[in-house]
Ligand binder design. Sequence first.
Ligand code: SF4
Length: 323
Amino acid sequence: MTEGEYRVAKKPLLGIGSCLAGNAVRYNGETKKPNDYVRSICEHFDTRAFCPEMGVGMGVPRPPIRLVGSEDSVRIVDVETHSKDYTGPIREFALQVLQQAPALCGYILVKGSPSCGYGRVKRYSQEGRHLASDQNGVFADALADADPLLPLEDDGRLNDPGLRESFVTRACAYHNWKLLVDQGLTTHRLIAFYTRYKYLVMAHHVPSYKALGPLVANASQLPLQALSTQFIRTLMAALSHRATRRSHSNVLFHLAGYLKRAITTPQRQRLAALIEDYRIGKVPLVVPVTLLKHHFADNPNAYIDGQVFLDPYPDDLRVRNQV
Ligand code: SF4
């Protein structure tokens, strides 16, 4: 794959809670208004909406449901009597979603929902007392169990610029990986894939960068299936770590090193000053990255041009203006 291929091939496909996508499927027959960030992500990705509660035949309007039980054995039941248990059908529906949409590379869940919430969903005792807000919704949990690589976020958490950046980065990486697998994975293609992701991994998690180097260097000694499983698990786990200003700056300085002989001393100094401005929080990431891309456009370098770090997701999302 080449730089920015996700833009010219199929767009990445995200699942999204149907109520967030504008469908009146909530228990009370309403929709949920998406925030600006969800709207922006939906403009740049393909989306497919699912409602697990409708999917298991609960209809609309319907009696509300909640999570009940101890931390490790929570069930999703009706609020009124706690006697109607939807846990099994909703978990089964999550498996059907993954089967129906194998291209899914991420999922936008719905804050606080006992089905679709991601983290911090309320859990109650049998007597109806609020015990804690420490759960995933049942549908979200089943998605995570069935496909641990699938990036998940809810609409509330996407308000956070760092989480938003991490989500779209992982979704695009998973999309690119699925395209690669569809093309037919070979050891050679896996190595080429990693070569493009090296600096992005370094920005997110140096220990994973150090683990992936030897894994890929010894790729021919492992069966392809074992290699690819270990590789993509490590890569997706690496990208789930938040990149910081410090780690991004480290990568920016590495990339600037490739321009050492290509640009003048004042240009080098200006670039270094901008990276430092970014590191100390004076400008957003888009500023030094734009200058770097400008220099590499004038001084092409095939290795750097292929680095996903420079273009990990569609520019129009403007995510790098906020981190
Ligand atoms: S089950 Fe999920 S998609 Fe359906 S209304 Fe509730 S939060 Fe929205």
